[in-house]
Write a protein that binds this ligand. Structure first.
Ligand SMILES: [Zn+2]
Length: 66
């Protein structure tokens, strides 16, 4: 059993999607530095695979821009 410890959250300030380690309590947006509580944020995607995570960040980001 692998733990799906990575997830994607979206910053509501700047509409950026980024990947986080779900074991963290807080996550900071790389663009606007807004801090989010991981537990209270919607997690868009969960995976144990970092490579997969990156691909999905790109997909989610694409949807947000449109
Ligand atoms: Zn942001």
């Amino acid at each position: 059993m692998t733990v799906k410890r990575y997830g994607i959250i979206v910053c509501y300030e700047c509409k950026r999607a980024w990947g986080i380690d779900l074991l963290q309590k807080t996550a900071k947006c790389l663009i606007c530095s807004k801090r989010y509580s991981v537990a209270r944020r919607k997690i868009f995607y969960r995976t144990s695979d970092l490579r997969e995570l990156r691909l999905d960040i790109a997909k989610i980001q694409e949807k947000l821009i449109k």
